[in-house]
Design a protein around this ligand. Structure first.
Ligand code: AN7
Length: 349
């Protein structure tokens, strides 16, 4: 279907006759069957939902298209978010497309290079604070109360509305909801949105069952697992370096109502899954995306029986966004003279 996201799922979205059906080509992302990990983890069927294929390279475009459409509908002239990088890239893209002033607040030194480049080239006003994401979000909440600027973090309920469409696409592609969804958790908007989407689709008779939601935080930034905020979150997966998630309650509801888990994976487990995904599956997700996959591997190692089960891992963002981690994790670059014999030697022939 060549129809934009807002139009395709308009019956499930807060669309009115006054909502502009904007698009930058978001959503309708591939669901790709695994070749390797399916056998290794003992799933009956394992799929990767490539949210990394969105126009700005992450799932954020789904929620942002809805939030910005509603901002335009309400005649807003400006949008603002705090971000670990992907939300800011998406806000900046839609802001540019729609002629809105866009302000983004990011934690200094902890945003992947590609994401920073995106926000700057789309023309957002990018402000880096000497603090973390949680501090940035609290400043943005205060500023958007004080000034006529629309908040486009997932505290804005339209973000969750747009993001839930990924669950619709999975059910539409499989003809039924999967048994398990493995997903990284940062600010917890995405797991909240998926759970809402699966619920609405079931209610509409589009599926008969609901998946177990398996959310994974990084061990150094695992407030939901620990049951208390983390004041100085740390992880190589900067996208989910969040110590006090805004949608904490939504994540708990998704876990408890689905019979799933919110657990953590170490940076070592994240990096191992990141490398395996790229080198064995040809799927280059960013480190945060690998947290969900690392969670699947961890569960399989702890003897979670996935035989007969359909499993989906959400690849939330594109690996190209974080070239530093890629260059440190991949094969070494071989540099040789411009000489046939030297190249042969480097090839190992
Ligand atoms: C690739 O961009 O929070 O649990 O400010 O970029 O819904 O927060 C990003 C989060 C997973 C976690 N994977 O999703 C931001 C931001 C990637 C991400 C998450 C993020 P949520």
């Amino acid at each position: 279907m060549g129809m934009c996201l807002l139009n395709r799922y308009r019956d499930f979205l807060p669309i009115t006759s006054a909502t502009p059906l904007i698009t930058i080509g978001e959503a309708n992302t591939p669901l790709v069957r695994s070749r390797k990990l399916e056998q290794e983890t003992g799933c009956s069927e394992l799929y990767f939902k490539l949210e990394s294929c969105n126009p700005t390279g992450s799932f954020k475009d789904r929620g942002m298209v809805m939030a910005v459409a509603k901002a335009l509908e309400s005649k807003s002239r400006a949008i603002m978010c705090a971000s670990t990088g992907n939300t800011s890239a998406s806000a900046a893209a839609f802001g540019a497309r729609c002629g809105l002033a866009t302000y983004v607040l990011i934690p200094k030194g902890n945003i992947a290079l590609g994401k920073l480049a995106q926000a700057l080239v789309y023309g957002a006003r990018v402000i880096s604070i000497d603090g973390n994401f949680d501090q940035a979000l609290s400043i943005v909440r205060a500023l958007t109360q004080k000034h006529p600027i629309t908040l486009v973090n997932s505290l804005n309920p339209f973000r969750i509305e747009g993001q839930k469409t990924a669950a619709f696409e999975i059910v539409d592609a499989l003809g039924e909801a999967p048994d398990y969804v493995f997903i990284p958790v940062g600010n917890a908007g995405n797991i909240t949105a998926y759970w809402k989407g699966f619920g609405q689709y079931k209610q509409a008779g589009k599926s008969r069952k609901m998946p177990k939601m398996m959310g994974f935080q990084a061990a150094g930034a695992a407030p939901i697992v620990l049951g208390k905020p983390v004041s100085q979150p740390r992880t190589i997966a900067t996208a989910i370096r969040i110590g006090n998630p805004a949608s904490w309650q939504g994540a708990l509801a998704a876990r408890d109502e689905s019979g799933g888990v919110i657990d953590s994976v170490t940076d070592e487990e994240i990096l191992a899954a990141y490398k395996l995904l790229a080198s064995k599956e040809g799927v280059f997700g960013e480190p945060a995306s690998a947290a969900g996959v690392a969670g699947l591997i961890k569960c399989a190692q702890r003897k979670l029986d996935l035989s007969g089960k359909k499993v989906v891992c959400i690849i939330t963002g594109n690996g190209l966004k974080d070239p530093d981690t890629a260059l440190q994790s991949g094969q070494p670059l071989l540099e040789v003279p411009a000489d046939l014999a030297a190249v042969e030697q480097a090839m190992g022939c």
